[in-house]
Design a binder for this molecule. Structure first.
Ligand code: ATP
Length: 234
């Protein structure tokens, strides 16, 4: 469904990604693992069209998207939930969900998508008139995901969704990811909690200083001694 071939990204003279090739098949959950600064966020931003690669190709459903502006990529159904949520503190929950719907290309009417999101995250229905800045961290993450879902994604990228959340919220989030996946959305997740990411994912890639160094099934990565010592603290 999504394929990266030989992607290089530079920030000035610094190479943030070097020859990154990876793919996500329709219906999969794939995780991208790596320590701070490895290039995970850069990879997601490049797929979203926010960063233009210096070399390589990105194909979504067989068509090149690496020269498209971000809004055209969203319209095709590839949507990112950014790290840090990037909400507008003075805008309400409903205003964010309206905003998310702006670029949607969907057979489903607005009201049906909204109902789906409010049943996935009932707290957003209760808080629909509340400003985003007054929500808890977990509620903000739900709103960031809800906003992305309003764009009717077929492929959703999540950047560090559990960051700063209490354990009970992390469990809710994991359930929400499973529910979204069961509804037919293909998912790529970047997550500090590597144990959580691998428990959700079918496959994973490990990125070190801008290069993919390991690619395997989630099961094998969980028992890989390199993953255990570097990312699972075992
Ligand atoms: P983290 O988990 O800390 O977000 P990451 O794996 O997502 O890390 P990136 O944020 O993609 O890593 O950063 C990859 C490398 O590129 C790092 O060395 C980072 O310092 C550098 N970098 C990121 N953004 C910029 C930028 N706008 N200008 C220059 N260098 C950048």
């Amino acid at each position: 469904m999504l394929e990266l071939v030989g992607i290089d990204v530079r920030y000035g003279h610094k190479r943030a990604l070097e020859g990154v090739s990876m793919r996500v098949n329709q219906g999969e959950i794939v995780t991208l693992i790596g320590s701070n600064g490895a290039g995970k966020t850069t990879a997601l931003k490049t797929m979203s069209g926010l960063i233009r690669p210096a070399a390589g190709e990105i194909r979504f459903e067989g068509e090149r998207i690496d020269r498209l502006p971000p809004h055209r990529i969203i319209e095709r159904g590839l949507v990112q939930v950014p790290e840090g949520r990037l909400l507008f503190p003075d805008m309400t929950v409903m205003e964010h969900l309206d905003l998310g719907a702006h670029r949607a290309r969907s057979d489903q009417p607005f009201s049906a998508r909204l109902d789906g999101i409010l049943s996935l995250f009932p707290i957003l229905a209760e808080r629909r008139a509340q400003k985003a800045g007054t929500l808890s961290g977990g509620q903000q993450q739900m709103l960031a995901i809800g906003r992305a879902l309003m764009a009717a994604p077929r492929f959703l990228m999540l950047d560090e969704p559990s960051l700063g959340l209490a354990p009970v919220m992390v469990d809710l989030l994991a359930d929400a990811i499973r529910t979204m996946h069961a509804s037919g959305i293909t998912i790529l997740v970047v997550e500090q909690r590597v144990d959580l990411a691998l428990s959700l994912a079918d496959r994973g890639y490990v990125l070190e200083t801008g290069r993919i160094v390991i690619e395997d099934s989630a099961d094998r990565l969980l028992s890989d001694s390199r993953i255990k010592s570097a990312y699972l603290g075992i």
